[in-house]
Design a protein around this ligand. Sequence first.
Ligand code: MF3
Ligand code: CO
Length: 249
Amino acid sequence: MPVTIKSEREINLMREAGKILAKVHEELAEAVEAGMSSYEIDKMCEKIIRGYDCIPSFLGYDGYPGSVCISINDEVVHGLPSKDKIIQDGDIVSLDIGVIWKGYQSDAARTIAIGEISKEAQQLIDVTKQSFFEGIKFAKEGNHLYDISAAIGDYAEKFGYGVVRELVGHGIGTEMHEDPQIPNFRQKRRGMRLQAGMTLAIEPMINMGRPDVAWTDDNWTVVTDDGSLSAHYENTILITKGEPEILSL
Ligand code: MF3
Ligand code: CO
């Protein structure tokens, strides 16, 4: 699928979708607490999304049964909601949510702390989030796609962290996953030129230990190979001639 350049009408719908998704994230993060199962969190998330007259984009995507991916501690992404996964004090929990509003998609992820977490875990969360902001300093018309990738990866690696290589960010619009794919680490080329009107989901996934990941038997949940903690931070952004617009904040 080619990279799409959105019209002003489409951009406005993506702005609306992003604003709603930002609110869904705030409400869900507020509600999540120790003792809840990730199944309960998923049900709550679906209710919040539908309360905004949106469709949960993950539900049914490739057969995914939930509305949110809930990835706990060493789970990297695509954590499958389960009645058996109970959130505990001291956990770090990544919540990745997608909504569809009038045919347009927004995709965003946050990693939150449950109660008191270690200093090391907090640093991982903070660096993962900051790596996104380091990356989008290069997200502007005329720059190249992999300038973003390099800035994200170089920043996270300075802390000794492992940048996940097997999963990437993506273009987004009427489809959740459009071209281009957006790696979170330095490439040998600078990649395609960025143009105003591109909408991209930039999503660093950063491990405290090695970059390697594995897939669990549920066929969805991705975990770190070495069992180390992992954090995820994602927003849907709009490329312009100047500063990027962060649509899902
Ligand atoms: N947010 C994820 C991504 O950026 C998608 C979740 S996979 C799904 O690729 F199956 F749950 F939808
Ligand atoms: Co995404």
